[in-house]
Design a protein around this ligand. Structure first.
Ligand SMILES: [Zn+2]
Length: 399
């Protein structure tokens, strides 16, 4: 019995490694797992035979014998990835090569004072799965990123969903969706995506800034996603850096978010348009305005450039604090606002030059995510693979 359990551990470790690394040779797997090449070869051959792993033939030569390269059979399982923010929820199903296996869907779902938000999301996920044509027994689990104070161990979102008292939000979702569900803070999942598949891959100390309705932060410290004592680390939004006196969502005044939130920037744009400050951009509901402002700034609209530049400058002030305290090697600008990099980067650099000690600043690279708005979905899928034993699931999870 013990021998069997150990063997499955190895199988699951290999499958997980292949998911995160895409391709590996037997030698690389053997080194990473600290198991002998004959042991790893035997398990790999079994996994190929059982259809979990694909042998891709010989990898390009790097001198010496060319190694065989292995990857996951992408159709051996599917993952539901959900990225919620305060106003919109995105849903997609991905395969084990992280490619989208369903048409991504965005629904409007305002989480504020919405007692039905959890049910609405679950219903949308159920409908999405039905429409995708992917059978439920092929789905390994669902990963859900959401804003707010979340205890991912307990599976509770303390900010947005009503407390039930008897059953956690996660357990409730598992019941109504009929599958394993994992949930975490949206900025932590953005950081996980950047760290596993994005520009922070391989970095020991990296800060991932999630520019959106709030200003989230995921911290990779000493090669781990740092969560703090109770799991709430990284509340970058609420560091007191502003003197604008604006009341923040958290109930305090002075929060960075009141200067850097894209929603607040959008509200400013709406007010300025109403005052006739620009005639070049359409007036729409505030939740659609941040994309309109970012696109207009890109085309050279002066008002939009000013609004975004202010966001960038204040972000830069916040980043200066992170650099001074944590000395990260890398800062990744990610999330909804990353697409405004052309406008944001200059004021961020200006604030850093103004407030950062040069010796510390020169050690830190500042880059813009290449995962774009998909970072949250990629992180949600990675959360499932981190927590589910793919091999075991397929052996025991199906009837
Ligand atoms: Zn606040």
């Amino acid at each position: 019995m013990a021998k069997q359990a150990e063997s499955y551990t190895l199988q699951n470790s290999i499958l997980k490694r292949l998911y995160f690394q895409k391709k590996q040779s037997c030698a690389a797997l053997s080194e990473w797992l600290r198991k002998s090449i004959p042991v790893v070869t035997k398990v790999l051959n079994e996994l190929v035979e059982e259809g979990y792993v694909v042998n891709n033939g010989y990898a390009p030569s790097t001198g010496g014998r060319r190694p065989l390269s292995y990857s996951l059979n992408k159709d051996k399982g599917f993952i539901v990835a959900v990225a919620m923010d305060q106003l919109f929820t995105r849903i997609v199903i991905v395969d084990l090569s992280n490619c989208q296996a369903s048409e991504p869907e965005t629904i409007e779902l305002d989480l504020h004072q919405n007692q039905d938000a959890l049910n609405s999301m679950a219903e949308a996920v159920r409908t999405h799965i039905d429409r995708s044509g992917i059978s439920r027994d092929q789905i390994i689990g669902a990963g859900i990123g959401m804003p707010g104070f979340i205890n991912s161990r307990e599976g509770i979102n303390y900010t947005f969903f009503e407390e039930n008292g008897k059953i956690s939000h996660q357990a409730y979702l598992e019941k109504v969706l009929g599958m394993r569900v994992f949930m975490d803070n949206d900025s932590s999942l953005t950081a996980l995506a950047e760290w596993t598949f994005g520009l922070a891959k391989g970095h020991k100390n990296a800060m991932i800034i999630n520019i959106g309705w709030g200003t989230g932060l995921g911290m990779i410290l000493n090669g781990e996603l740092f969560r703090g004592d109770a799991g709430y680390a990284g509340e970058f939004s609420h560091i007191p850096l502003s003197d604008n006196g604006v009341l923040c969502e958290c109930g305090k005044r002075g929060c960075l978010e009141t200067e850097t939130s894209l929603l607040i920037m959008a509200e400013k744009a709406v007010n300025e348009i109403k005052r006739g400050k620009t005639r070049h951009i359409p007036l729409k509901d505030v939740k659609y305005m941040s994309d309109i402002v970012m696109d207009a700034a890109d085309r050279g609209d002066q008002l939009c450039i000013e609004l975004l530049s202010h966001v960038g400058y204040m972000l830069g002030k916040g980043i200066a604090i992170l650099i001074h305290i944590l000395n990260p090697g890398l800062i990744v600008l990610s999330g909804r606002g990353a697409k405004a990099e052309k406008i944001l980067m200059a004021p961020i650099q200006q604030a850093l030059t103004q407030y950062c000690i040069p010796k510390l600043l020169e050690n830190t690279d500042i880059v813009v995510s290449q995962l774009g708005k998909d970072a949250g979905l990629i992180g949600a899928a990675a959360l499932v693979v981190e927590n589910v034993d793919i091999y075991k699931y397929n052996t025991y999870g199906r009837s």
